[in-house]
Design a protein around this ligand. Structure first.
Ligand code: GLN
Length: 454
């Protein structure tokens, strides 16, 4: 199986560019180790021998980790992220590291310092972002499983536009230890797959308490696999939020979403219309909170500790070397966010910008709490449009940010959400994603509903 996937990567990845690094030798060695374990009659891990594509934001001992940035070029981490460790303990075969928007900032993978990834459905279109590489690897059959991270939609939006499944677990459900930080109060790792059950099997392997992450939830992992094996919506109350519709939604996306709602009804769910007025402010709040946290997190890339160092010729001060390195190592979007975040956090502006955004965050959380008094899950389109052409929004940050309109409220509130395919848009033949949102620690509901409508 590993050899077949490595051959597939060799055959198509020149065109798709899902991978930044293929660990051919390492993958073959892991696969051989599984065979040997089996031959010795030892107990195998739950995903023994299954190949996986890992987003290049998770540290991997002895294997480069770039986060899609020049600033970490050449950095080889001396340790494994908790997610990496758990994958290895499950006997997963890690094929390599996948392409992503630099520091996970973007919705198209065009912000990668190593060039864009193509959407396997149409290579001239974006595979979503920031985890476009992971989802493209699934859609092109280069890997059956992948891992992503979702700060504002980076697992679900790529899943939607590549016709695959992606889950953002409850915040704190999957350890962030060794996951390079973008916006720590929003970042969440999660599973990507081609089916709901595959995602559940991977979810179970990576989730659970980790004492190395102070925000990790110390509670049993929700029964996601059991839920995925017993899909049903009979008797469930399913919410449709008014704010996830209107201007900017592509006709074919709306059509497929409405059909999904009808399917849910036909399968025995009760549909409830919901009003969540604060959701309209989600994007604005996110684009203050995420850049603020990023400006603080990315201060550690000072040219002294990791990767790139520019101008270290013995004539310059440490400050000058830091400045030259950050100038050369960070791309435009990362610089934009650092400047925005530094501004929003500066004294005199903190209350007006960051403080207001945090208040909006609370209002959004309350809207969800009220909604979940009336319904078991909420459904929406995952993204307002299907995959757009590479280059179309590259110079228009506002247009790019709109791709996460439906996914961001969940990150701000910290609850769980899934995107799964719900057909192709008639006008362009491209995949449409259905988003399912559940309350915190009720991740199993995503799988129960997802498996019913898949
Ligand atoms: N597209 C959003 C952003 O650019 C979300 C990214 C993410 O989830 N990592 O910040």
């Amino acid at each position: 199986v590993t050899e077949a996937h490595l051959a597939r990567i060799e055959a198509v990845d020149e065109k798709v560019h899902a991978f930044l690094h293929v660990d051919r030798e390492g993958a073959l060695a892991q696969a051989r180790a599984v065979d040997e374990k089996k031959a010795r009659g030892e107990k195998l891990g739950p995903l023994a021998g299954v190949p996986l594509a890992l987003k290049d934001i998770f540290t991997t001992e002895g294997i480069p980790t770039t986060v899609g940035s020049k600033i970490l070029e050449g950095w080889i981490p001396p340790y494994d992220a908790t997610v990496t460790k758990r994958l290895k303990a499950a006997d997963v075969v890690i094929l390599g590291k996948t392409n992503m928007d630099e520091f996970a900032m973007g919705s198209s993978t065009e912000n990668s310092a190593y060039g864009p990834t193509g959407n396997p459905w149409d290579l001239t279109r974006i595979p979503g972002g920031s985890g476009g590489g992971s989802s493209a690897a699934l859609a092109s059959y280069e890997a059956p499983l992948a891992i992503g991270t979702d700060t504002g939609g980076s697992i679900r939006q790529p899943a939607a536009v590549t016709g695959t499944v992606g889950v953002k677990p409850t915040y704190g459900g999957v350890s962030r230890y060794g996951m390079v930080a973008f916006s720590s109060s929003l970042d969440q790792g999660g599973p990507c797959a081609r089916t709901v059950l595959d995602a559940a099997l991977l979810h179970e392997v990576i989730a659970g308490h980790d004492e190395l992450d102070s925000t990790s939830i110390d509670a049993p992992v929700p029964p996601v696999v059991e839920a995925a094996r017993n899909g049903s919506v009979a008797g469930m109350r399913v919410g449709v939020v008014k704010q996830f519709s209107g201007e900017g939604y592509q006709a074919g996306v709306v059509q497929r979403f409405n059909e999904s709602v009808e399917l849910l009804r036909a399968l025995g769910a009760t549909i409830v219309e919901l009003d969540c007025p604060s959701f309209d402010l989600g994007l604005s709040a996110y684009y203050l909170i995420a850049p603020s946290e990023c400006s603080s997190n990315l201060a550690r890339f000072d040219a002294m500790r990791y990767g790139l160092r520019v101008g270290d010729d013995g004539t310059k001060s440490a400050e000058e070397v830091t400045a030259l390195t950050r100038e050369a190592g960070f791309g435009d979007e990362v610089k934009r966010r650092i400047m925005l975040g530094t501004y929003a956090l500066s004294s005199g502006y903190y209350d007006a910008y960051y403080g207001s955004a945090q208040k909006v965050r609370t209002l959004i959380t309350r809207d969800f709490e009220k909604a979940f008094e009336q319904v078991d899950v909420i459904v929406s389109p995952t993204t307002p449009t299907t995959a757009f052409p590479i280059g179309e929004r590259a110079d228009d940050p506002m247009a790019m940010y709109l791709a996460d309109l439906c996914t961001i409220p969940t990150n701000l509130a910290g609850n769980a959400a899934m995107s799964l395919p719900c057909g192709l848009a008639p006008e362009d033949g491209l995949p449409v994603g259905l988003q399912i949102i559940a309350p915190a620690m009720k991740d199993d509901r995503l799988y129960k509903v997802g498996a019913a409508v898949e």
